[in-house]
Design a protein around this ligand. Structure first.
Ligand SMILES: Cc1cc2nc3c(=O)[nH]c(=O)nc-3n(C[C@H](O)[C@H](O)[C@H](O)COP(=O)(O)OP(=O)(O)OC[C@H]3O[C@@H](n4cnc5c(N)ncnc54)[C@H](O)[C@@H]3O)c2cc1C
Length: 611
């Protein structure tokens, strides 16, 4: 039995192991786990790194009580506001605080990774002398409607909401259309791959599957009809958040909804549609509220005509713009798309004593507690861990923007209402694997730039043309090195949601880098060796971004409550706990950086109103 076999054994699939003594990670060395991190600002922060997860699990496990831990070094620092979590929500909260509280009011952001951005970070490769970018998590953005709060906000941080310029084709004839994002479009440039699971041991490609109405797909006639019906149908959309249809959708699963509206079988949903349907919420359709599929469109209308946009490194671009607005020399250069994308982060500028807004990286908050009785308290004490030591700071107010999975453990004395609300937040894991290849002739020969498959590792990828304002080549051809992003979800259809996310996390955390690298290489070889793919020659590098708690996966009842209980997000949004308010995109149930920003705005409003 090899070490890997041991790690992957059924023992590790047990989520309870994560809560008890040794975790699967304890059995792996850091480098076995993190793997290669790429180059540039983000090279030591690919996903949730080994040190961040190991520290967080250990510290939170070691300090479960309501009191503050012992052996805390008091830094003597006092801030008007401390924000826990340096993702888009935490950064936006700090910026709103700076703008609204006044120029002398101090704010510190505590972030546990070695760079800010949270799920909105990027990977960088250097292949054949070209710098390649890819998103680690948060990818696309939808230009907001003119005159809205979000449009003004983007404008204020230097993001022009006009569509970006994208690479042009220099690959000769025939040109294969490339989308602007990493999501599939299902056009003539797409392909479905069927392998052994469908009786095709040598593999079968169906190019332009929807255009061909799935003719030639090795699936049953019944499944073909069901899929075509589902693909072509346009179900009625809720008109308003809270209308009868939205409430109905929130009372059933997405799977039930797909079966009800399209007349398709559970088996077809699970074989072909899950977890891509619902993938924006991290699990398969069986576990999610049907409203999860519609909530963003209902609540966050955008300029459809402009189309979705993508920075070279995904929404790391948004995070970088907010960081620059907060601390102008955090990223040298002008407030332009090009400078903010290209310039290296000036880490020394982030946490200078005396500075009004500060970002302290590599610092895990492990306890946040009011001093004395909550109602009468004037201060909140925040304890954070860094390099094995605990430090204490004080703040007039705190904003918890790190997400439900840490907030519920570290805010001490949290009322029962809030505890119960957070108990209804399930965050699913996700592995974002960025695969750099030296050229993509193996796709071009098939006549595709995007594809989907239904067995093995991953489900889909879509090659995109990149926005050109970064240090990105202005053109693309089949001979260009590119990055292909595989989003790997861990759903176990049919199991209770809590069990699905725990099992998935155990698998994500217990599998070494080399094993994922092997699986990805095998998947590519299975699909593309027939058109010339050779892993040893063509793969330039793989970066894994492991997100232990990637997606809030809203179960039925998440949006509007169930059994006469309020929606859990509403409890946390409506009622700050003394001097502590709550942010992060998960409160909205919509995994989208726009909700990160909007939740931050609301939380800052609450603490300013209180003070
Ligand atoms: C794979 C994936 C793809 C996505 N794609 C898109 C997309 O295309 N478009 C889109 O708009 N959104 C997308 N999202 C949603 C994404 O969640 C939001 O866009 C946004 O980045 C979330 O920001 P946040 O600040 O709310 O949370 P996070 O990004 O999770 O930030 C929270 C930060 O706080 C840190 N933290 C937590 N606890 C502590 C602690 N105790 N001490 C210190 N630090 C702490 C975390 O490590 C993290 O860095 C995607 C998400 C994932 C996972």
């Amino acid at each position: 039995m090899t070490r890997r076999d041991y790690l992957n054994s059924a023992l590790l699939a047990s989520g309870s192991l994560l809560l008890g003594g040794a975790t699967p990670m304890d059995l792996l060395a850091k480098d076995d786990w993190d793997g290669y991190g790429g180059v540039g600002d983000y090279s030591s922060s690919n996903g949730n790194t080994f040190e961040v997860i190991a520290d967080a699990h250990k510290l939170i496990r070691d300090h479960p009580n309501e009191g503050l831990p012992a052996n805390v070094i008091d830094t003597g620092e006092e801030f008007d506001c401390v924000v826990v979590g340096g993702g888009i929500s935490g950064l936006a909260a700090a910026l709103f605080f700076k703008r609204q509280a006044g120029p002398r009011h101090t704010c510190l952001v505590l972030e546990n990774h070695r760079i800010f951005g949270g799920e909105a970070r990027r990977n960088e490769f250097l292949v054949e002398g070209r710098r390649l970018f890819a998103h680690q998590g948060s990818a696309i953005f939808f230009p907001p409607l003119d005159g809205t709060f979000l449009a003004d906000f983007y404008d204020s941080i230097g993001i022009d909401s006009r569509p970006f310029e994208y690479q042009t084709w220099t690959g000769g004839e025939p040109e294969i259309p490339l989308g602007r994002t990493s999501y599939t479009t299902g056009g003539a440039n797409s392909g479905f791959f069927f392998g052994a699971k469908f009786g095709q041991p040598k593999g079968l490609w169906l190019i332009d599957p929807w255009g061909k109405k799935l003719a030639g797909a090795p699936i049953s006639e019944g499944a073909r009809h069901e899929l075509l019906a589902a693909y072509g149908s346009k179900p009625a959309l809720p008109q308003r958040h809270g209308d009868a249809l939205s409430r109905h959708l929130d009372s059933i699963t997405l799977e039930e909804h797909l079966m009800e509206t399209h007349g398709i079988s559970r088996e077809t949903v699970r074989t072909f549609l899950s977890p891509v349907a619902g993938g924006g919420s991290g699990l398969g359709a069986d576990a999610l509220s049907a409203y999860a599929e519609y909530a963003a469109d209902v609540l966050l209308p955008w300029k459809y005509d402009a189309g979705a946009q993508m920075f070279p490194g995904g929404n790391a671009g948004v995070a970088r713009h907010i960081a620059k607005a907060l601390i102008p020399d955090a990223i040298p250069g002008a407030v332009t798309l090009a400078d903010v994308c290209r310039s290296a982060v000036n880490f020394a500028a982030l946490d200078r004593p005396g500075q009004v807004s500060r970002i302290r990286l590599h610092s895990t908050a492990i306890a946040v507690r009011h001093d004395g009785e909550t109602a009468k308290s004037s201060w909140v004490t925040i304890v954070y861990a860094r390099d094995g030591k605990l430090y204490g700071i004080k703040a007039r107010s705190a904003i918890m923007a790190g997400g439900s999975w840490t907030t519920k453990h570290i805010v001490k004395g949290l009322p029962e209402t809030h505890r119960q609300a957070y108990a209804q937040f399930y965050r699913a894991p996700c592995l974002m694997a960025n695969v750099a290849v030296r050229n993509w002739r193996f796709l071009y020969k098939l006549g595709i730039s995007e594809c989907q498959w239904f067995e093995g590792t991953g489900n889909y990828f879509a090659l995109r043309k990149m926005a050109t304002f970064g240090p990105v080549s202005s053109s693309v051809s089949p001979d260009s090195p590119v990055v292909l992003t595989l989003k790997i979800l861990f759903s176990s259809p049919g199991l209770p949601i809590g069990e699905q996310v725990t099992r998935g996390r155990a698998e994500l955390l217990s599998t070494p880098f080399l094993e994922y690298e092997r699986r990805i290489q095998e998947q590519f070889s299975t699909m593309f060796s027939g058109t010339g793919f050779d892993g040893h020659r063509d793969l330039a590098g793989i970066i894994l971004n492991r997100w232990g708690h990637a997606y809030l996966s809203p179960q039925p009842g998440f949006f509007f409550g169930s059994d006469a209980n309020p929606a859990p997000g509403e409890v946390l949004r409506n009622t700050p706990f003394g001097r502590i308010a709550f942010a992060n995109s998960d409160l909205a149930g919509i995994m989208d950086h726009r909700t990160s920003i909007l939740e931050a705005r609301r939380a800052v409003g609450q603490i300013i109103e209180r003070s």
